[in-house]
Design a protein around this ligand. Sequence first.
Ligand code: G3P
Length: 218
Amino acid sequence: MKFFIDTANLAQIKEAQALGVLDGVTTNPSLMAKEGITGKNNILKHYVDICNLTDGEVSAEVNAVDYDGMIREGEELAELHERIVVKLPMTQEGIKACKYFSDREIKTNMTLVFSAGQALLAAKAGATFVSPFIGRLDDVSTDGLNLIQEIREIYDNYGYETQILAASVRHTMHIINCAKIGADVMTGPLSVILGLLKHPLTDIGLAQFIADFEKGNK
Ligand code: G3P
């Protein structure tokens, strides 16, 4: 399973990269705004900074909602760095743009996916990644993990190579359950990735080892 970090915060990306388990970064316009990155040039520069901090794929989202605008913006983003993945909204215009980029071997990530039908269309358009937002489905009392399962089954039925990127991951059990179901990638905040490390028995055991070592070496 690939691990992506879902942030535009450079310090957190650096910290995740240093762990040695990071495979990429996802961002979106809200995450950029959260870091105070505004204006086209600053945003483009920030994507390059992110690429320089990691050796994985970096999803960079278009802001246009029309086909021509998405193509223009996507091409500009793809030019920034060889590891940029053009992130497109799951709309009629977005699907057309996805096909345009996949025909030109530019990687894509279809975002704001909330149904198996949307994921099927994304695969048919040749998307590299499809991003079902599982936390936001859970927010409206719909099982986000069930959607991952449905997409897995559909993609396996036809051998689609589009990678299932579980997004809007909110807690460690999301990651574990996505891994059990067979999501190809998960993207989540640093706190959730680090949360996988935690176990009280590890802390208690280590404290005991340290105490015993110190006793024996006095
Ligand atoms: O990866 C998508 C993500 O940024 C959305 O997360 O927590 O705002 O639903 P959230």
